[in-house]
Design a protein around this ligand. Structure first.
Ligand code: G3P
Ligand code: CA
Length: 321
């Protein structure tokens, strides 16, 4: 009996050590997502576009794109030709355009589904025709709300169609176009391709990345991929709490998109690294303060949407990006 007791005393620490190892192992596994598919590291963005990486590409992960959000909308009424012109003048690389579709099937630049916030009219864009849209003033509200920034030209500003924008800025400009509410506007993606074709925006002389298509709607992006596989796509994601993304989600997005655009306030450095490690670009929105711009750049953003392209231009000069 005494021998058995001594044997148990000698063996017990070994048994306990084994149990502790096993418990650590379980804790480690439980701390990770054990169904996660490892993300391929350092995948080049251009692989998604099915051709070799081009270091001069606008989609190079070494660039930081200055995306004038609704134009330079911190200085001029959003989504007007005046706002886009200021965006170009103040250092914006891209004109960011939100698309809504009118009752008669025209694509216009407007963020909200109804016209009341940014014009002197009322009603849903989808219930208004171009005749209704043309008579609206899209700039007076800005002059009234921002007397220090008001300009006489703003009060005459009209809502531009996508065609108006292409006619004004042509094939030298860069466009970052969002399909808004595509589910409620069937035919939006087809109409977008048709306008792009009409203005020769899909021709071979266009630079890679000169037109970028963005959407919160995965279905809309996939429809675009079907219709025009050469166009780079950005999956927009809106977070309402600290941003997290799984390896599966990243894997899925890399199948059709070259990058992710997300609201910057809930982003962490780890999140940005995960996105970049998956070979995706990362474009946070809407970053208006220089300290936030600097932080996003430090964390690995490859561009950002801003109402103040002039501020981002200054930050990029300071950081020599
Ligand atoms: O398109 C990026 C960003 O603009 C998305 O937010 O609501 O301003 O279109 P929103
Ligand atoms: Ca947008």
């Amino acid at each position: 009996m005494k021998k058995i007791y001594i044997l148990i005393c000698l063996a017990l620490p070994l048994i306990l050590a084994g149990c502790t190892d096993a418990a650590d192992g379980e804790t480690g596994a439980a701390g990770q997502d054990d169904t996660a598919v490892p993300v391929e590291k350092d995948k080049e963005v251009s692989e998604t576009l099915d051709h070799p990486p081009d270091p001069d590409s606008l989609l190079s992960p070494d660039r930081i794109l200055n995306i004038a959000h609704r134009g330079a909308s911190g200085h001029a009424p959003e989504h007007t030709i005046e706002s886009y012109e200021k965006g170009q003048k103040l250092g914006g690389d891209y004109i960011e355009i939100d698309l809504q579709m009118t009752k008669d099937g025209e694509l216009i630049a407007m963020h909200d589904p109804d016209v009341s916030r940014t014009t002197d009219g009322e009603g849903d864009v989808s219930e208004l025709t171009m005749d209704d849209i043309h008579i609206l003033d899209a700039g007076e509200w800005f002059n009234e709300e921002n007397p220090d920034l008001a300009e006489p030209a703003f009060s005459q500003a009209q809502i531009p169609t996508l065609s108006d924008i292409f006619e004004e800025f042509g094939k030298d400009a860069k466009y970052y176009i969002e399909t808004k509410n595509p589910d409620e506007s069937p035919g939006m993606v087809k109409e977008l391709v048709s306008v792009l074709e009409k203005y020769d925006m899909l021709d071979e002389d266009m630079k890679e990345g000169q037109i970028i298509i963005q959407s919160f709607s995965e279905a809309s992006l996939k429809e675009m991929q079907e219709l025009e596989p050469t166009l780079p796509l950005i999956q927009l994601i809106s977070y309402e709490e600290q941003a997290e993304i799984t390896a599966e989600e990243l894997e899925k997005i890399t199948e059709y998109a070259v990058g992710i655009g997300a609201n910057y306030k809930y982003i962490t450095e780890d999140y940005v690294q995960q996105v970049r490690d998956a070979g995706l670009l990362f474009h946070p929105y809407t970053v208006n303060e220089k300290k936030d711009m600097k932080r996003m750049i430090e964390w690995g953003a490859t561009g950002m949407f801003t109402n103040y392209p002039d501020r981002l231009e200054e930050v990029l000069k300071e950081t020599e990006k």
